[in-house]
Design a protein around this ligand. Structure first.
Ligand code: HEC
Ligand code: HEC
Ligand code: HEC
Ligand code: HEC
Length: 107
């Protein structure tokens, strides 16, 4: 990861934790404000057919499912980030719920 990207990430994380941000922004809008549409899309305008490119982008900044907490780890190798964090539909701060996929009341 380049020094430039690292400092951009650090700056964004500080901004997020120290000030109010628009919670009614979708995840896509929030990320596009930081780095443009090209931070997730190869052509900066549309999604890959299988979502693999976008998944790769998420991981390049956030790390892989295997490197995250237990709720994430459980889905390593079977899911992409956007299966739960529906990027253009869910807002910043909106947490995916387990019962969207599991019907046994787990949290
Ligand atoms: C944080 C990563 C991210 C950013 C930034 C982002 N997108 Fe997306 N986009 C996705 C993902 C992932 C999908 C696949 C569908 C989904 O999960 O919402 C997608 C889907 C799409 C699609 C396919 C139609 C659809 O909604 O499924 C278009 C078109 C698109 N994005 C355009 C854009 C444009 C234009 C921007 C900049 C304003 C942008 N995206 C910013 C991740 C992103
Ligand atoms: C199986 C569904 C699922 C998948 C797949 C998933 N997440 Fe999550 N994610 C969640 C849930 C649920 C939370 C809420 C926090 C918690 O309970 O751990 C969360 C929280 C987060 C947070 C913290 C946001 C906050 O509000 O605190 C980040 C960042 C995040 N996920 C990124 C990712 C990335 C990047 C990937 C792909 C590498 C990913 N997630 C894949 C379900 C998922
Ligand atoms: C260019 C780097 C970059 C890419 C690519 C990227 N993110 Fe992020 N993302 C960030 C930064 C920086 C933040 C704000 C600090 C934080 O919460 O970690 C953030 C925040 C988030 C949050 C937390 C927002 C909240 O609710 O507080 C989620 C969830 C998330 N990203 C998911 C994704 C997903 C899913 C993808 C791929 C579709 C993705 N990100 C791609 C850098 C990136
Ligand atoms: C987008 C769909 C989806 C969401 C949302 C989701 N899961 Fe899963 N989860 C799956 C799938 C598919 C599997 C693999 C098949 C299976 O074992 O049920 C799985 C497997 C698991 C496993 C390992 C196998 C098992 O059943 O014990 C755990 C633990 C788990 N999920 C916990 C959670 C938790 C906790 C949440 C909420 C934070 C959650 N999941 C949200 C789809 C999802």
């Amino acid at each position: 990861m380049s020094k430039f990207l690292l400092s951009a990430l650090f700056g964004a994380a500080v901004a997020l934790s120290s000030s109010a941000f628009a919670a009614d922004q979708t995840l896509a809008e929030f990320h596009a404000d930081m780095g443009g549409c090209e931070s997730c899309h190869a052509d900066g305008a549309s999604a890959s057919a299988d979502g693999a490119f976008e998944f790769e982008q998420c991981q390049s900044c956030h790390g892989s499912l295997a490197e995250m907490d237990d709720k994430h780890k459980a889905h390593d190798g079977m899911m992409m980030c956007q299966d739960c964090h529906v990027t253009h539909e869910m807002n910043v701060g909106q947490k995916p719920t387990c019962d969207a996929c599991h019907d046994d009341g787990r949290q």
